[in-house]
Ligand binder design. Structure first.
Ligand code: MN
Length: 131
């Protein structure tokens, strides 16, 4: 057993996110297991760029209201208690709603992220809240 005390969050790489997004590694298992857990907080309107993971990613919303979209599908609204399963290789983005921040845990099972283009204002505006 190993306790990983609460960590402080730092600004993320602005090339891969829109808005003042903060993140930190909550825990990182040994490299053989490849498990990494991040806490990410998105301000209203904040979001990742489009990306995929070479391993499975699970998102667990801690607080606020957020959005997640798989390429070619509708934008889904998510809130505290919701869990999202993202299969390896699925192109997607996640972030906060337009008028509310969102914090989630991201559990990455091995692999790494492959970053793509940013989510445009037009794409983001297709979210349920924008209607
Ligand atoms: Mn992701």
């Amino acid at each position: 057993m190993k306790l990983h005390p609460k960590i402080s969050l730092e600004p993320v790489d602005p090339d891969h996110f829109t808005g003042e997004v903060l993140a930190g590694i909550v825990l990182e298992a040994n490299q053989d297991e490849g498990l990494r857990v991040y806490r990410v907080t998105f301000p209203p309107g904040g979001r990742t760029a489009w990306h995929h993971h070479t391993g499975v990613q699970l998102l667990f919303v801690e607080k606020g209201r957020g959005l997640v979209q798989k390429e070619g599908e509708a934008v889904l609204e998510i809130g505290p208690g919701d869990a999202v399963h993202i299969a390896a290789g699925e192109k997607h983005w996640h972030g906060a709603c337009q008028d509310e921040s969102m914090s989630h845990l991201a559990v990455n099972l091995g692999g790494s992220a492959a970053w793509m283009e940013k989510v445009t204002e037009e794409e983001y505006a297709r979210s349920p809240q924008a209607g």
